[in-house]
Design a protein around this ligand. Structure first.
Ligand code: SF4
Ligand code: SF4
Length: 356
């Protein structure tokens, strides 16, 4: 299972859609449990994946090293804003299987949402560590009204990232900063997805699979059906707060449905399948692929049901495009250009949530 470990609630940035440092009343800024407790808990799971998370986890590199030195896990992952990547010593850097770096696209878009000069610093750090790091380097975008999905994904793939993943900046808060979500979906996002899917398939026909995680993850679910929400929240993915509480989803530590106990009292197997997706997802025709998209959105519905269904339409469009792409891919597999296994991505739950 996946354990998302908060190393701190503190962040050095204050992005528009996030708000920066997690308030102390949601969780303490520093880990206040003994790492021995984390070890006892996580090591009961022989297939444990630990993902470091925050705040900005690399503000606490020493704590990350302490955990990597003391807690056995099959895989390590980190989600970071990238500012301190160059500070990870080599012997730790190359034990991390996937590094997800927050960046939203071209310079203007990234700097608008994340702060002036952020793009330049993050790109510098990514270029620096690419020379030393052989694992999976993933650009993690938050996609909002200023995003042009085709332009921004293509741009990030031109930087030294192996993969690009994105999530729509929707339903994280009731009062998001959209001026006209419907028009953006109709005129920009959905046409952009169509254009990107066409480009993706053309590149695949030329012999390489561009690392576009939502496309790859949907194709994977079509080839190898899975159950439930793709991020695994509440099923086989859990977050551990700085005070040792266990959450189904790392967002929103303050919600009751999300609180599952404490690492000092629970075993990993007590948690498996402990929170499930509700209607309308279970009866939705897209459920086998979408899986309910996001447990948090399914429970909280901060945009109401109208808003919820608007986001479903973006899922429907993406899945339609991938139904077409799948047929093209199957032809290439039949012709012997690829093996089905070439489309098995992600190879483990690396915290990419698949459905944007
Ligand atoms: S498309 Fe919407 S209703 Fe259908 S499974 Fe996904 S989130 Fe649920
Ligand atoms: S997709 Fe939703 S439920 Fe899953 S981790 Fe992200 S916010 Fe939580």
């Amino acid at each position: 299972m996946l354990y998302i470990v908060f190393l701190t609630g503190v962040c050095n940035l204050n992005c528009r859609y996030c708000g920066g440092t997690i308030p102390d009343e949601v969780m303490p800024h520093e880990i206040n449990y003994e790492i021995e407790y984390l070890k006892n808990f996580v090591e009961k799971d022989k297939d444990a994946i630990i993902a470091f998370y925050g705040g900005e986890p690399l503000l606490r590199i020493e704590k990350m090293k302490e955990i990597m030195d003391n807690v056995k896990a099959k895989k390590f992952v980190i989600q970071t804003n990238g500012f301190f990547l160059h500070k990870i010593p080599d012997e730790y850097l190359n034990r991390i299987d996937s590094i997800l770096v927050s960046i939203d696209g071209v310079k203007d878009v990234t700097n608008y949402y994340r702060g002036n000069g952020v793009y330049e610093i993050v790109v510098d750090r990514v270029k620096k560590i690419r020379k030393r790091y052989s694992g999976d380097l993933i650009a993690r975008m938050a996609v909002s009204e200023k995003s042009d999905i085709y332009r921004d994904v293509r741009h990030l793939l031109s930087l030294p990232f192996d993969h690009v993943h994105w999530q729509l900046n929707v339903v994280w808060a009731p009062d998001d900063s959209w001026t006209d979500f419907d028009a953006w979906v109709k005129n920009s996002y959905n046409p952009g997805i169509t254009k990107l899917a066409k480009w993706w398939v053309e590149e695949i026909k030329k012999g390489q699979i561009p690392g576009i995680v939502p496309f790859q993850g949907v194709i994977k679910r079509m080839f190898w059906p899975e159950n439930g929400v793709p991020c695994g929240a509440g099923r086989d993915a859990f977050a551990i707060t700085t005070d040792g509480r266990i959450l189904a989803c790392p967002i929103g530590g303050e919600f009751e449905w999300n609180e599952l106990g404490d690492i000092r009292k629970k075993n990993p197997e007590d948690l498996r399948n402990s929170v499930s997706i509700d209607e309308p997802c279970l009866s939705c025709d897209l459920y086998p692929i979408c899986g309910g998209r996001c447990l948090f959105a399914n429970k909280e519905r901060l945009w109401g049901m109208d808003g919820f269904y608007k986001i479903c339409e973006t899922v429907r469009h993406l899945v339609n495009e991938m139904n077409w792409a799948k047929k093209e891919i199957e032809k290439l597999i039949d012709e012997g250009m690829y093996k089905k296994d070439d489309f098995y991505y992600p190879p483990f739950n690396n915290t990419t949530e698949i459905i944007p």
